[in-house]
Design a protein around this ligand. Structure first.
Ligand SMILES: Cc1cc2nc3c(=O)[nH]c(=O)nc-3n(C[C@H](O)[C@H](O)[C@H](O)COP(=O)(O)OP(=O)(O)OC[C@H]3O[C@@H](n4cnc5c(N)ncnc54)[C@H](O)[C@@H]3O)c2cc1C
Length: 413
């Protein structure tokens, strides 16, 4: 492979967004993807906000709008809300990835599939030299002025550049059903320690009469699949009938928590590789794509100034944290509280949320990309919610009194 300005590792939404933005600014970009086909295997429930469609500049991947949600407690008590206008979209996730990769290629990025980034050779003439392996086993090297690590939760780029990984990776397991009962206008969220300690289970319509059911849960020694199977039975109880055999399964991980550094000399991390994932939902398509746009802006300036040093690329860190840092910090703090709730607490939480006034608040303030806004409004309006939660939450609500968890762990002396 010829020398390039930028090697983008990963063919997901974050990688293709970065590749597109850099190629359209005239840089020589090669994007590699270890799988033979971009977008496959699918590792996602495919629920996104309008912002993702805006960032993609297309709606071709939309399967159906979603207008609201039903949230179930462990005893299947329910609170639901429905808005007039679409609140989210069920998409063809493989279609999104493919569309974004093609957009990058149209802008001039060269996409190479079935090529894996394996690590770094010693730096040569100030370039980063990447070791690559093709699916047929052949190896080669490519020299790049900058490497963008968009290679997901297990990022080999982050490891190669010795950038620390997120503290927590939630195992996730999901199955796709060709047909399913359920309201195609709503997503369903299932709370319960027995099947989703640490996050939740979901039922998401696929816009074609089927659905995706999945869980993400704490890595506590029980397999994600075992948790999933419990959820599947729980959902069947709710529907009052068995689900058909799934047509496919997926197992993956969701990075939760802050990565202390997402840039360094000749490297930027974007998307799941940088744990740019919403801590309360595990969703990362919008945040990863948006941060990839920020990365491309900073990289463009650094490439033009020929300063790919850690200092030259540091503005990326500041810029993406300015946009998402506060939301992520609050969401992490809220998540810490949420994960301490027992099943009884969760049932009580659902009971406290039942009532048209609070449902109205959810409709008015609900935003899947910035969920702490609605959480804050709900806590303001309902003292019974606050009573359920530890004192820490009082501080969280108090605005000024809110103390964000440290993004960077304290340095050892
Ligand atoms: C079960 C589940 C459900 C989810 N549902 C949603 C949802 O509904 N909505 C939402 O917003 N988010 C969801 N997410 C999160 C979302 O899928 C990720 O945040 C998003 O895919 C991150 O995009 P990315 O481009 O950073 O990484 P990825 O999409 O993971 O892409 C990384 C790419 O890099 C490739 N790669 C990895 N290593 C290498 C290497 N060494 N060399 C070359 N290529 C490599 C991979 O094959 C992959 O294609 C879900 C996640 C899971 C696990």
């Amino acid at each position: 492979m010829d020398d390039v300005d930028v090697l983008v590792v990963g063919g997901g939404p974050a990688g293709s967004t970065a590749a597109f933005r850099l190629a359209e600014r005239g840089h020589r970009v090669v994007q590699i993807e270890e799988h033979p086909t971009v977008g496959r295997p699918v590792q996602c429930a495919g629920l996104v906000s309008r912002r993702v469609l805006d960032l993609a500049g297309s709606e071709t991947m939309v399967r159906a709008p979603v207008r609201g949600a039903a949230v179930f407690g462990p005893s299947l008590g329910e609170v639901s809300f429905r808005a007039e206008a679409p609140r989210a979209y069920a998409i063809d996730r493989a279609g999104l990835d493919l569309y974004l990769a093609e957009r990058a290629a149209r802008a001039g990025a060269v996409l190479e599939t079935a090529v894996r980034f394996d690590g770094l050779a010693a730096p040569v003439n100030g370039h980063a030299e990447a070791r690559l392996t093709r699916l047929d086993g052949s190896t080669e090297r490519v020299r790049a002025r900058l490497i963008v690590g968009a290679d997901g939760v297990a990022s080999a780029v982050a490891r190669a550049f010795r950038l620390r990984r997120p503290v927590e990776v939630l195992p996730a397991f999901e199955a796709e059903y060709a047909s399913s009962p359920g309201d195609p206008d709503l997503v369903e969220v299932y709370l319960g320690r027995s099947f989703a300690p640490g996050l939740f289970g979901w039922w998401i319509p696929d816009g074609q009469g089927g659905a995706r059911i999945g869980i993400a849960a704490d890595a506590d020694g029980t397999s994600a699949r075992a948790y999933f199977e419990r959820l599947e039975r729980h959902v069947e109880r709710r529907f009052g009938r068995p689900l058909p055999r799934p047509v496919s399964y997926l197992a993956s991980g969701i990075p939760i928590g802050a990565v202390p550094r997402t840039s360094g000399g000749r490297v930027l991390l974007v998307g799941d590789a940088a744990a740019q994932v919403k801590p309360l939902s595990g969703g990362g398509i919008f945040t990863g794509m948006r941060c990839a746009e920020i990365a491309a802006e900073v990289a463009d300036a650094a490439l033009r100034a020929d300063d790919l040093s850690a200092r030259g690329l540091a503005p990326y860190e500041a810029a993406w944290r300015a946009e998402f840092g506060e939301e992520f910090r609050k969401a992490l703090a809220l998540r810490r509280v949420f994960t301490r709730l027992s099943d009884r607490d969760l049932d009580a939480l659902i009971a406290a949320l039942q009532g048209s006034r609070l449902a109205g608040t959810i409709v008015a303030f609900g935003d899947i990309d910035f969920p702490t806004h609605v959480a804050r409004e709900l806590l303001r309006e309902s003292p019974s919610l606050v009573r359920l939660l530890p004192k820490a939450l009082g501080a969280w609500m108090g605005g000024d009194a809110y103390r964000a968890p440290e993004l960077e762990p304290p340095r050892r002396k």
